[in-house]
Design a protein around this ligand. Structure first.
Ligand code: GCV
Length: 843
């Protein structure tokens, strides 16, 4: 190869690698493990605002948590203002004072909060004590003092006035936990940001730095506990030999007031304890749990408790012995009780071998059918942990009726921070917007106003506990969740658990300010993108409450419309040639609507009153059914998918307006992800629209579906070495086909036949994770681009998961020009191509 050509290729490969993800290391470093705790240096007037802040810090008491509070205050003030706080004397000079209410009261009895403060609540107060100006951060608990410090620093970082200050905050729900689905081998079920920060190769990691850093992040948003292992639990997690290792994680959490929890397998007494059974009512089993729990508390005195997934997706459960979830939960809860531990029993219990032919069968009914009759039978240190919807973290579901079905039982809501069904952190989806709708939904229990947030916080029925649980699945990636903007979901979860009355907009703006800067353009643009993103994703992935039309049998990522049908998993949408939707009415369907209190049952029972966005969750209707919007169902499907894809493309344009306003590496990282998302939104759009066009036989009134005049199918090109292959399911490739190369290299070419000019060319190809094919593009035999298909999409074959695009921004083309794509396969990936699309460059 000529040196000049080699250099050019090297440059273009480097560029390609940068775009495809190789450049993300630097970007992630910049996004930083500090996430929203960057404490960026304040400039000018912003800094002057805090000049009167006392220069000394007094800490009343000594404990690991108070030392964290002290260290955080020093770190934050120094980073933002440059000022190093000195150690002050107790109420003998102007100072910042940190301490519990009891300590403050001893030193200054006149300081009495305006209202009583509960545990974890805090009071921020600027006042004079013995003639000295003081800033007091206090709480009944040391953890609350730490939360107060974080709240104070957040105010500074967002440029809020902190003098005068008299603010009392109280968490809405007493229990605010995150769950991690980490396996002991270091992988994470439904984790999209690298390996576990806790485990590797069957043990706890020797270096738990990240676990400590995670606890700091959790504390900053008021999260009190973290369950570190998968709910599909490996029994070894509580094996005698493992407990000292767990104790190390608890040590890393403790300074931040985060309690350790673990998921346990109900068969543990049999598997670990060599008992004949794990029947929760058998005395040896009861004794086994008691001994095991006592042993745990000897090593981890502040252990938080267990999570149990049982009789669900193949997990062992009490049904094996004809026992109920309450029987199983109470036995373990009674072992935890003397130590103050909590048992989270998941209501995600269902039969995944349902007969799909029976139109009365309905997985959505399961949680209520099983748990409602047990109301009042659970001990008071059990929390029934309920997923927000009756199915499984879909982009749109009604709220679970079980929230209203437990009056004498503690309950908690399970939200999913990790984006399993919402784009797996490759798509931008800000989930607090959805969570707000769920939490604010008024279930009208007993005919009263009973929003979900009040029910799950235990406020409606005066329960002793209530909980918000978020499945986070952070990993070793520098920025914890993979997509830099996905951190807004972790932040948003904590903020809503603390105060579900905050608006999604407030949370988005707060997070943006803390993470990026106070530049109004940045805040407005990113906040706007975040707030739009859930609807955008819903628009291009699944219509009208029919659930995310993804591959439910595999990755849960790309389109897989029929994967949910004709199987026992019960995520049916029942689309056929005439119509779509599950009839869940009492009158003619599965009766699910009847699980809601009367006002809500009536809302969903009637097709007329069911809101459009949930129509297909509750009713089977013809494609020609007219929505409240005036559109037919089929036209809505077409329009919403085109709108969604356009909105995703617009995110790219919006982000580009921030070039030079956010750090370069971060800018590049997010841009590459948004460009990928815009391309994948088209894959989704086309798969769903084409499938419904073929199934319904009703054309798109706007003529778009199935018509792609700018597209040249790969299988229609002149092929040298390449052969056309069918893609399954057919709708996941344009024209149902792609091309693959079974040789060392192959060519696909065509002649340009449009007006001369500058064009943007999209090459749609398939990037599998079992090879790294190379592609080169030539125009008139001159190479114009090359790249390596080295992304790690969840796919080993051409299809909707692997389909991705390469955009070549500007090509000068003349009629008759030959455009040739050379594919060089690698491993199991046969340089697969789908199509090429050309748009005038100005479009
Ligand atoms: C941890 C869904 C997910 C599973 C998950 C399960 C659960 O089915 O796909 O990965 O298992 O929910 O919440 O238990």
């Amino acid at each position: 190869m000529f040196p000049e050509l080699r250099m050019r290729r090297l440059h273009s490969v480097l560029f390609a690698i940068l775009l495809l993800g190789g450049g993300r290391e630097g970007a992630q470093a910049e996004a930083s493990r500090d996430a929203w705790l960057r404490y960026a240096r304040l400039e000018g007037a912003q800094r002057t605002k805090y000049e009167s802040l006392p220069a000394n810090l007094v800490v009343l008491g000594d404990s690991a948590v108070l030392r964290s509070a002290q260290g955080e205050m020093i770190r934050g003030v120094k980073a933002m203002t440059g000022k190093t706080l000195g150690a002050g004397k107790n109420f003998q000079e102007k100072a910042i004072i940190l301490g519990t209410l009891a300590e403050i009261h001893t030193a200054a009895p006149e300081l009495v909060p305006p209202h009583p403060i509960g545990p974890d609540g805090f009071w921020l107060l600027t006042t004079q004590v013995r003639g000295f100006d003081c800033l007091i951060v206090t709480s009944p608990t040391e953890r609350g003092v730490l939360y107060g410090v974080f709240a104070f620093l957040s105010k500074m970082a967002r440029g809020e006035n902190v003098s005068p200050l008299n603010e009392l905050q109280q968490p809405y729900a007493a229990t605010r936990w995150v769950d991690q689905w980490d396996n002991l081998n270091g992988t994470i079920e439904r984790g999209y940001a690298g390996p576990s920060i806790f485990f590797e190769k069957g043990s706890v990691r020797p270096d738990l730095t990240r676990a400590g850093e995670y606890a700091r992040l959790l504390a900053s948003i008021g999260v009190t506990g973290c369950t570190v292992n998968n709910v599909n639990a490996d029994p070894r997690i509580i094996d005698d030999s493992f407990l000292p290792q767990l104790a190390r994680i608890a040590d890393a959490f403790r300074p931040w007031g985060v309690q350790l929890g673990v998921s346990v397998d109900l068969s543990s007494p049999k598997v670990l304890g060599n008992l004949d059974s794990f029947d929760p009512m058998e005395p040896p089993v009861i004794a086994w749990w008691r001994t095991k729990v006592d042993q745990i508390y000897r090593q981890i005195p502040d252990f938080g408790g267990f999570v149990v997934k049982a009789d669900s997706e193949g997990r062992a459960g009490p049904s094996s012995y004809g026992r109920t979830p309450a029987d199983a939960a109470n036995v373990i809860a009674r072992a935890l009780k003397p130590h103050g531990g909590v048992l989270f029993y998941r209501a995600f219990v269902y039969d995944h071998h349902l007969d799909w032919r029976n139109l009365k069968n309905d997985r959505a009914r399961a949680a209520y059918d099983i748990f409602h009759p047990l109301d009042g039978k659970f001990d008071d240190n059990v929390i029934v942990q309920i997923k927000y919807g009756p199915i499984d973290f879909q982009a749109r579901e009604p709220v679970s009726p079980l929230f209203g079905g437990l009056e004498k039982t503690n309950e908690g809501i399970e939200l999913q921070i990790t984006q399993e069904y919402t784009g797996q952190q490759r798509h931008l989806v800000f989930l607090p917007t959805m969570w707000k709708e769920i939490l604010d939904f008024d279930l009208r229990v007993n005919g009263e106003r009973t929003p979900v947030k009040q029910l799950v916080a235990g406020k409606v029925f005066g329960r002793s506990a209530g909980a918000f649980v978020g499945v986070a699945n952070v990993g070793m990636n520098e920025n914890w969740l993979g997509h830099p903007l996905a951190l807004a979901n972790l932040y948003g979860f904590g903020r809503l658990a603390w105060d579900p009355n905050l608006s999604a907009e407030t949370i988005a703006a707060e997070w943006t300010r803390l993470t990026f800067a106070d530049d109004p353009v940045v805040v407005k643009t990113i906040t706007g993108m975040l707030l739009a993103s859930w609807h955008t994703y819903e628009n291009y992935t699944g219509p009208l409450g029919s659930q995310t039309l993804t591959d439910i049998l595999g990755s849960h990522y790309g389109p897989g419309i029929e994967s949910s049908e004709r199987s026992g998993w019960g995520q049916w949408h029942r689309a056929d040639h005439e119509g779509i939707g599950m009839d869940r009415t009492v009158a003619t369907g599965t009766g699910y609507a009847g699980q809601y209190p009367p006002a809500i049952r009536d809302l969903y029972e009637s097709v007329q009153s069911t809101p459009d966005e949930l129509l297909l969750f509750f009713h089977h209707v013809p494609y020609t059914y007219r929505l409240h919007s005036g559109k037919t169902v089929i036209q809505h499907i077409y329009d919403s998918h085109y709108e969604g894809a356009e909105e995703a493309a617009d995110f790219v344009r919006q982000w580009k307006s921030l070039s030079h306003r956010v750090p370069d590496a971060l800018y590049t990282d997010v841009l590459a992800r948004l460009e990928y998302q815009a391309g994948h939104a088209i894959v989704w759009r086309d798969a769903i629209c084409n499938w419904f066009l073929r199934t319904s036989g009703i054309p798109d009134a706007k003529g778009r579906v199935g018509n792609h005049p700018d597209r040249i199918e790969a299988e229609a090109m002149q092929l040298t070495g390449y052969t056309a292959t069918d893609v399954t399911p057919w709708e996941n490739a344009s024209g149902g086909k792609g091309i693959e190369c079974a040789k060392a290299s192959c060519d696909a070419s065509f002649h340009f036949d449009r007006a001369a000019g500058a064009y943007e060319m999209d090459v749609q190809y398939f990037d599998q994770n079992n090879g790294e094919s190379k592609f080169r593009v030539f125009v008139r035999n001159r190479q114009v681009d090359e790249w390596i298909a080295s992304d790690h999409l969840p796919a080993t074959k051409p299809g909707g998961d692997s389909s991705t695009r390469r955009r070549i921004p500007s090509l000068i083309l003349r009629p008759g020009d030959e455009i040739r794509i050379e594919g060089i396969p690698d491993g199991e990936e046969h340089a697969p191509l789908d199509y090429v699309e050309l748009h005038a460059a100005s479009e």
